[in-house]
Design a protein. Structure first.
Ligand SMILES: [Fe+3]
Lengths: 242, 199
């Protein structure tokens, strides 16, 4: 592996604020002291790699993967697709993307979720894939339902899919959520509102993509992800006096 | 006017939420068999070089309550300080581990090999350490930190040297509690708050 230089420092203005009282759980779980900033080193510039042999043929098909193809999940069939890029605009190939989500009724298959909407016997709710050589990925799934959660008096999560990405180094690690164009609950969600920069929040709202949808089968939503890039320079000096 | 800078901003984070285990640790979530092979179940395979160690601890919130829903990832090099993928790396060290706070006690356990020191651009090497990334409901962007070891020489470590309030260095150092056993607690907020990193 060539030394590509250190990671571009994270611009925290582009991210949610850690402490956001309308999202009550964040109040006691957000650090109150500043983070220790320093240039990245090998621990952040290296990261795990994954092979296609680790990924099953149905792993990116949430409609079929829980039943191993025996029966499809209930719900509105959708294709979630997009590209993973870095801040320099370069594709991030062969990187692991994992997603998890509620079923069409808004219920998660998790031992701690007791929401009264029923489980779908044909839906597990997790999927994973590797991006291709151009950084592209796709998942076939169902549109998750909105669900209520204990926070303020009557808070509901907008429809969303949770996404976890590695990039090529541990310092690029990112977990985020994809929302759906036109969902009125996005404006009312205190978790979405932790992102104070409106144009940044908009980047988590996937547009309906009719060009990629398949007639008589599924609608498509496009969701691109940008990870931290690395500083490219011919002038790397050893840092002194630190 | 100037030329436009065409830098794409990083996508914003969102909390991993209470059900992160469905995606990253399906067996823990109660869904064994979701995948033929789960990722990050152990950072080492049989035959890994070096000393096998066990690190236990909890993640505490600002009230002193141990989180029952935290998920942690660790990333580390092998016993010689070589990361997976680098030339000469121990093939039995994958380096990545995913582990969760116990749903009843809030305690986690990481079983791995003790890593070696790692070269840095700062001239001096980093003392042996394991990188951590902590996510949970209420954490809006994953928290980075490191485990160092009290029985290693940490005096020249370039990261620890940057911590102005010297008592806070202790928050990054695992305490020996037995033969090859350590304790490392993470405090998200308040008294003894862990030093979190922005690297
Ligand atoms: Fe959710």
């Amino acid at each position: 592996m060539i030394d590509q230089g250190p990671l571009i420092p994270r611009n925290r203005e582009m991210h949610p604020v850690p402490y956001y009282p309308d999202y009550k759980t964040s109040v006691a779980r957000s650090p109150s002291l500043p983070l220790l900033s320093m240039e990245s080193g090998p621990s952040e510039e290296t990261g795990p790699t994954f092979g296609h042999d680790q990924i099953g043929a149905l792993d990116n098909n949430l409609i079929l993967n829980w039943t191993k193809g025996a029966a499809p999940a209930v719900g509105e069939r959708i294709l979630m697709h997009g590209r993973v890029l870095d801040e320099n605009g370069r594709a991030v190939p062969e990187t692991l993307i994992e997603i998890w989500q509620a079923n069409a009724g808004g219920r998660y298959r998790h031992k701690k979720d007791g929401y009264l909407a029923p489980l779908d016997p044909n839906f597990g709710g997790c999927g994973r894939t590797l991006t291709d050589a151009n950084g592209c990925y796709q998942f076939l799934t169902i549109r998750p339902g909105a669900y209520p959660w204990p926070n303020r008096g009557n808070d509901w999560r907008p429809m969303h899919i949770h996404i976890s990405v590695y990039g090529h180094s541990f310092g690029q690690r990112l977990i985020t959520q994809m929302y759906f164009e036109g969902d009125p609950l996005i404006e009312r969600c205190p978790i979405a509102a932790t992102i104070r920069n409106r144009s940044q929040l908009d980047r988590l709202v996937a547009p309906l993509d009719m060009a990629a949808s398949r007639p008589l089968d599924f609608l498509a939503y496009k969701f691109d992800i940008v990870l931290r890039g690395r500083r490219q320079t011919m002038f790397e000096n050893k840092l002194e006096g630190l | 006017m100037v030329q436009p800078l065409t830098v794409l901003p990083e996508s914003p984070s969102q909390t991993a939420g209470p059900y992160v285990h469905i995606g990253l640790m399906p067996t823990y979530a109660g869904n064994p068999g979701a995948y033929a092979e789960e990722i990050g179940t152990s950072p080492i395979a049989e035959g890994a070089q070096g000393t096998v160690i066990e690190i236990v601890g909890s993640v505490y919130d600002g009230t002193g309550w141990a989180l029952r829903d935290a998920l942690i990832e660790s990333w580390q090099p092998d016993a010689a300080g070589i990361f997976p993928g680098q030339p000469g790396a121990d093939p039995a060290v994958s380096g990545l581990c995913r582990f969760a706070a116990d749903a009843v006690s809030g305690e986690f356990t990481l079983r791995t090999v003790k890593p070696g020191p790692v070269p840095s651009r700062y001239g001096k090497a980093f003392a042996p350490h394991i990188s951590l990334w902590v996510v949970a409901r209420g954490i809006n962007i994953g928290l980075q930190t490191r485990i160092y070891f009290e029985d290693e020489d940490n005096s020249d470590d370039p990261l620890l040297a940057r911590i102005e309030q010297r008592p806070r260095v202790e928050t990054l150092i695992a305490k020996k509690i037995g033969e090859n056993r350590y304790r490392f607690d993470i405090r998200l907020q308040g008294a003894g708050e862990t030093v979190f990193l922005d690297l």
